[in-house]
Design a protein around this ligand. Structure first.
Ligand SMILES: *Cc1c(COP(=O)(O)O)cnc(C)c1O
Length: 408
């Protein structure tokens, strides 16, 4: 079948899924807009600050804004977080003390967090070096073993880590309803055990967020969903006031907390990025649905399937050969607005067992809310595609990749 015909079929089949995405985007846009109006966001909040930046109203308002949108008591939104891993590590190191026990309820965490925890492999400066103990509840058929939580979380467990997104695995992402059940199970096992959600790639995929269904604290990256493609860098932590405060002491220093930290660049991009984030997340969800539609019709296994309910913006496609995987990533790069002339190659990335190939022709370096594709070179040669600031661009690139594979 020619790709033009295929595109038409896939778009026709996606009508209901797209409508569901639009509905959520509209609700989240309203949520953001109402919070902005309630907090009287104005031009005064977009000013650059320098030095200690005491009394930076732009920084303070942005914290309030995130807190309201996430139905949280407090928020810490900072470009001083260098990435999502840094925000999550700050929350972990902020809350945990020597001899405390941390557990992961969603199997092995995202690669970079394994380094932070330090139990899968030795890592200098890790939580393990500070005497934090760690256990992992294995997934059962790719799902959280909710029934096992009551025995797994004990009186000794201080913090339970829950990863919302599939990350770069083939397990299903959690829905917010799943997170609600998991948090309830933790609290019934030990009411004093706090829950931390790795919210990366999950923001605005649904109309509710983890803290409003019982998570104590959540963290993520500003160069994924919630930055709307405009945030130049940064991360956030939202949740219970006492826990966010502990994290703030770790980000700056005990006693200083959230009261200083200059904006340097313009905070406007964080506000504006947040404002467009529901829409941009919807664009990337449509891109994922479209890619699933095209590639499943071309005979590839996709996770999720085109019309599955989605919990994150990642689309995994099993390409079944290293050649196809490499060609796919190279095609995505070629159809990128930035560095379209570069040819990605598999390389030995620190912390990964297999070679990894990455396509990212993005305006913000490494921003995976922009259209990007990554893959470790191993069976079944699955590519992880995510992002897309505009559906039009994503569709062009996805069809471009399909074209290349058809002639391979
Ligand atoms: C992206 C991501 C992170 C953090 O990665 P950074 O590159 O440091 O922002 C953590 N967990 C998950 C599931 C992620 O997708």
């Amino acid at each position: 079948m020619n790709l033009h015909e295929l595109k038409k079929i896939v778009l026709r089949e996606a009508v209901e899924s797209f409508a569901r995405v639009d509905e959520i985007s509209e609700r989240n846009t309203l949520k953001v807009l109402e919070a902005m109006r309630r907090l009287k966001i104005s031009d005064a909040h977009f000013k650059t600050s320098t030095g200690y930046a005491y009394g930076d109203i732009g920084r303070e308002k942005l914290d309030e804004l995130f807190a309201q949108i996430f139905f949280a008591e407090a928020a810490l939104v900072r470009t001083q977080f260098v990435s999502g891993t840094h925000a999550l590590a700050t929350a972990l190191f902020g809350v945990l003390r020597p001899n405390d026990e941390l557990v992961s309820l969603t199997g092995a965490p995202y690669d970079t967090l394994q380094t932070v925890i330090g139990h899968a492999h030795e890592a200098r400066g890790s939580l393990k070096e500070f005497g934090v103990t760690y256990r992992e509840l294995p997934l059962v058929n790719g799902k959280v073993d909710i029934g096992a939580i009551k025995n797994f979380v004990t009186a000794k467990t201080k913090l339970a880590l829950i990863q919302r997104s599939r990350g770069y695995s083939l397990r299903e992402p959690l829905t917010v309803a799943d997170i609600e059940k998991i948090c309830a199970a933790v609290k019934s096992a030990n009411p004093n055990c706090a829950t931390l959600v790795d919210n990366c790639y999950g923001e605005f995929v649904e109309s509710r967020e983890p803290v409003e269904v019982g998570a104590d604290i959540a963290a993520g990256s500003l160069i994924k969903n919630i930055g709307g493609g405009l945030a130049p860098t940064g991360g956030y932590i939202v949740g219970r006031k006492d826990l966010v405060e502990l994290a703030s002491f770790r980000l700056t220093a005990p006693g200083m907390g959230n009261e200083l930290g200059a904006s340097l660049g313009t905070p406007r991009l964080l506000y504006q990025g947040l404002f467009v984030a529901p829409h941009v997340t919807a664009q990337s969800l449509k891109a994922a649905i479209f890619a699933a539609g095209i590639f499943s019709r071309l005979g590839y296994k996709t996770h999720p399937l085109p019309d599955d309910v989605r919990g994150d913006i990642i689309q995994a496609i099993e390409l079944k050969s290293a050649t196809r995987l490499i060609k796919f990533c190279q095609a995505i790069q070629k159809f990128s607005p930035v560095d379209s002339f570069a040819t990605p190659e598999p390389w030995d990335m620190p912390g990964y067992a297999d070679k990894v190939i990455m396509a990212a022709g993005t305006f913000v370096q490494g921003a995976s809310i922009e259209l990007s594709a990554d893959a470790p070179l191993r069976e079944p040669f699955t590519v992880f595609l995510q992002g897309g600031l505009t559906f039009e661009h994503a569709a062009i690139a996805i069809l471009g990749a399909a074209q290349v594979l058809q002639s391979t």
